[in-house]
Design a binder for this molecule. Sequence first.
Ligand code: NAP
Length: 243
Amino acid sequence: MTVLVLGGTAEARELAAELHARGIGVVSSLAGRVSAPRLPEGEVRIGGFGGPHGFAAWLADQRITAVVDATHPFAERISASAVTACRLAGKPLLRLERPGWEQGPGDDWHWVADLGEAARVAPALGRRIFLTSGRQGLAAFAHLAEPWFLVRCVDPPSPPLPPKAEVVLARGPYTIASELSLLCEHGIDVLVTKDSGGAHTSAKLTACRDLGIPVVLVRRPDRGGAASVATVPAALRWVLGIR
Ligand code: NAP
């Protein structure tokens, strides 16, 4: 059998490694957004499929047995495309999605529907904003002349950016100690992040709690259409069950 893992996440890499170690054929698919991605074990293909119909044709052509959509919780289009493509090609599809973050005692969290709402809410909470919502979403903040932004992303962002912005290029996982020192060094007084979930990038939330810094969290988009699991072992069991 050959399993297609739609990737771009740590969980996708872990699943590919587990499948590869068991001698199960695995092809990982990456969008090609990051210039030097961390490559999973097994075969890798990079780039879009040309929409759901192109995706369905590719699945048939490559004789893919099953698909695991392990893309990021905010990668909406590829997940919707996978649902349609698997229906058209008659392939089983599983969604692997890590749980979202949960607010605890001492957290000052402000939930918003999207980055547009985050751009309205964050300036009322602070004047030095730490933006970790990804370089593709920066346009939502570009019209804000006054707050100062620390923008963290993997690759250099393309315009438009807010006029007062400093960019720091980095890739997780991060530690609480390094997040604390980054927040203090730049005098950050509000954080904006998507509810990505998982441990790789959660240290910033602990650091904000420790420093009493408010956090603006973008809710995950609604999804539907595919059976879903939350962990790599559960996804592995699903694959082994259809072998
Ligand atoms: P998106 O908006 O859902 O996808 C846009 C288009 O990119 C899709 O229609 C598809 O093109 C192509 N694509 C996306 N993921 C792909 C994949 N794994 N393999 C092949 N083609 C893919 O996605 P996005 O939000 O730009 O995210 C792109 C990738 O980055 C995803 O793989 C995701 O796991 C990863 N990522 C995203 C975020 C985030 O916050 N959005 C954060 C971390 C990692 P076609 O229609 O041509 O097939």
